[in-house]
Design a protein around this ligand. Structure first.
Ligand SMILES: NC(=O)c1ccc[n+]([C@@H]2O[C@H](COP(=O)([O-])OP(=O)(O)OC[C@H]3O[C@@H](n4cnc5c(N)ncnc54)[C@H](O)[C@@H]3O)[C@@H](O)[C@H]2O)c1
Length: 363
């Protein structure tokens, strides 16, 4: 049973998957928001469940090892799914009538996306995907400016991530799960099998680059799509596993480049979107994703109106945190029954695009 939620009502939220991102972002923002109540938690690791449950004072009867059991509770309104593979908990939550905020990547195949979207539609549920950068104030400032540009020549997404080892030093996390190697292998195998079903057995060797686009670059492909539409993939290249470069053509003929990779032996973060137009050059520089309230910086180079005098400006949209805003948006969508900005139907296109890119690689 899905209850009707009115403006101002407090909703009961369950967290499925209480690992790093849940502990760093979702649990703190749920407990700080006046409209959200942390109602129940679920994790297949008893160790994580005990520690997170104790820290957040979740009663023992609201701690679950099995998401299917958790979603049977009629008092639970919504869940956030922050497991490694989202498919099984999402199907269970949808069948039980729970609104859901699903972490990215939404799913690892278009078929899985379609199944979950259909279940949520059938049950009149809000399905939001956790692309928090779409709610980032710096991006939103840039988005409004990009919408005014008439002659865009090139869009370039540069997405080189690094090690996140500092997170355990700056947050109090319970990273040690007690999962057996067998369980971890089974989770990995399910994800790998889904990826291979999507991209084809002949591309198994470059599956890591597909996971990279689904996981890391989808944060930026959704932003590119929201600015310029769905692109055709002209050419894609995997120089080595875990890296990818793609040349794209957007709906209005704008050319695009996506370059992405992970260098895990160093602490570095270099994620930016560059838009070159006849009116201005604009770039959006994202901070480390796990640093709360670190601002996204927008750089603009343009001429003074009616003159060839040229200037640079740097804009900090706000210090507000994108994760906090994503939760507020999710709540508002539930109250108003409206489609989230990052709906499941929209996020499906990032999985489709990742698949298009990998299928365009010559092997
Ligand atoms: N929005 C972002 O920028 C962002 C950042 C980091 C991670 N993520 C996404 O969040 C998800 C989790 O990432 P993480 O870094 O927290 O991983 P993690 O491995 O630290 O946490 C995952 C947790 O889920 C639990 N789990 C696995 N399967 C489960 C199941 N079926 N039911 C209940 N619990 C289950 C694990 O025991 C673990 O505690 C991933 O999909 C990841 O891509 C998103």
């Amino acid at each position: 049973m899905t209850r009707k939620i009115n403006e101002g009502d407090i909703i009961n939220v369950g967290v499925i998957g209480c690992g790093q991102i849940a502990q760093m972002m979702h649990l703190p923002y749920i407990t700080h928001d006046e409209h959200l109540r942390l109602y129940s938690i679920c994790d297949i690791s008893q160790n994580i469940l005990d520690n997170v449950g104790a820290k957040y004072h979740v009663p023992a009867e609201h701690r679950y090892l099995d998401a299917g059991e958790m979603v049977k509770d009629d008092k639970l309104d919504a869940v956030v799914i922050a497991t490694n593979d989202h498919y099984d908990p999402a199907v269970k939550a949808a069948k039980a009538g729970k609104h859901m905020l699903v972490e990215k990547p939404f799913m690892y195949s278009v078929a899985e996306c379609d199944e979950v979207i259909a279940l949520c539609k059938e049950n009149n549920l809000i399905l939001q995907v956790g692309y928090m950068k779409r709610h980032d104030p710096g991006f939103q400032y840039a988005f409004e400016k990009i919408k005014t540009l008439k002659d865009v020549n090139l869009v370039r997404v540069h997405d080189y991530g690094g090690s996140f080892d500092f997170t355990t030093q700056i947050y109090d996390l319970y990273p040690k799960s007690d999962l057996s190697q067998e369980t971890l292998d089974a989770i990995r195998k399910k994800i790998d099998d889904t990826c291979i079903a999507e991209i084809g057995e002949d591309r198994a060797d470059i599956m890591q680059s597909y996971s990279l686009i689904c996981g890391l670059s989808s944060h930026d492909t959704i932003l590119m799509r929201h600015c310029f539409g769905y692109p055709e993939v002209l050419f894609a290249y995997v120089p080595k596993p875990g890296f990818v470069t793609a040349f794209l053509r957007f709906e209005n003929g704008v050319q695009g480049i996506l370059e992405s990779g992970l260098v895990m032996n160093r602490r570095s973060w270099d994620e930016s979107i560059w838009v070159y137009s006849n009116e201005c050059n604009l770039s959006i520089h994202f901070p480390w994703p796990y640093l709360k309230n670190a601002p996204t910086i927008v750089k603009i180079n343009e001429n003074e109106p009616g003159s060839m005098v040229n200037y640079d400006k740097e804009v900090i949209g706000s210090f507000d945190e994108a994760y906090r805003r994503e939760w507020k948006h999710f709540y508002q969508c539930i109250v108003e029954g409206k489609e989230p900005i990052n709906s499941g139907a929209d996020a499906r296109n990032d999985i489709k695009l990742a698949s298009d890119i990998i299928r365009a690689v010559k092997i």
